[in-house]
Design a protein around this ligand. Structure first.
Ligand code: CIZ
Length: 298
């Protein structure tokens, strides 16, 4: 263990803190985390651990979700300016006005959204369960936001009448299919896994469309030795750590600067700080929790 890592471990233990890192975080952050995973897995981990302090290495909506589910913990976001371009595509007001335009429809929101949007939602979903949440929605139209690609994927798989909000993750939605084609030329025998936030042309040229948790489960059960991965590049380190006997190649430059700017120094600062951490306005916390709980119940 490096000097930094052992000092960090000592400080963390003195404070009874928990360090959580999303699978898109840089390798050195994944290495010092107590748990690495997707946004919901991490929030659930925090809920069970009941630590007084949670240091979240990810973007704002993830730390907010952790705070909603663990209101008694202080939750600090390691890089306080780390926002999600996708969550920023839709405001609480957008959600309210959209519902007014579609009376009788239900709003399903991807967890990559603000608390104000979650609070307006019938249920939340992740990339892993978007299709089953949409299938379980009451009969009629389903408004789906903020990601138009995940909305299209949920519509395609569920057969439901899904109306997409025109938002997207700048990194996934901006991915270039020529990068995937080049990777396939290089490794024609590889199994291609892409995230549903990528444009539909990626899904057509992939073997499977999966969220990050689904990719991990798929690789663990697959006999393939090589995989081409179409999601944020931090995921390649996560997969290589979990499966050192397999090979992984990125489907192209899918990279999120907000996810990649955390450093070990910033983790020290977050642990050491006196900051009260993430706060969720009272009027949003309860309805947002209900939307998250409905997803779990479904
Ligand atoms: O919700 C998450 O953790 C994200 C951003 C992606 C995924 O597929 O897990």
């Amino acid at each position: 263990m490096s000097q930094d890592a052992s000092a960090l471990k000592g400080l963390k233990e003195r404070l009874g803190a928990l360090i959580l890192a999303h699978s898109y975080q840089p390798p050195e952050i994944q290495d010092i985390a107590d748990e690495v995973g997707d946004s919901l897995e991490l929030s659930r981990f925090a809920m069970k651990a009941r630590a007084p302090l949670v240091v979240f290495c990810g973007v704002r909506f993830m730390a907010e979700t952790a705070k909603i589910l663990s209101p008694d913990s202080v939750v600090r976001l390691v890089s306080p300016g780390a926002d999600c371009s996708l969550a920023a595509c839709m405001s609480g007001r957008d959600a309210r006005e959209w519902k007014t335009m579609h009376p009788g429809a239900v709003l399903v929101t991807y967890v990559n959204s603000s608390v104000a949007v979650k609070a307006e939602s019938w249920a939340c979903c992740t990339s892993a369960n978007a299709v089953s949440v949409v299938r379980a929605a009451p009969a009629g139209e389903v408004l789906f936001g903020p990601d138009r690609n995940l909305a299209a994927f949920a519509a395609q798989e569920s057969g439901r009448n899904v109306i997409p909000w025109p938002g997207g993750c700048h990194a996934h939605a901006g991915a270039d299919i020529r990068d995937l084609r080049r990777a396939k030329e290089h490794w024609p025998e590889a199994c291609v896994l892409v995230h549903p936030e990528t444009p539909p042309v990626f899904w057509r040229e992939a073997d499977h469309v999966l969220g990050t948790g689904g990719m991990i489960r798929f690789v663990s059960e697959s006999k393939s030795g090589r995989f081409i991965i179409g999601t944020e590049e931090g995921m390649l380190y996560r997969l290589s750590t979990l499966f050192p006997d397999r090979e992984f190649m990125a489907a192209g430059g899918i990279s999120c600067a907000d996810m990649r700017n955390a450093t070990i120094d910033m983790v020290f600062q977050a642990l050491d700080s006196r900051d009260a951490g993430i706060t969720v306005p009272e009027q949003y916390a309860e309805p947002a929790r209900r939307a998250l709980e409905r997803m779990t119940a479904l």
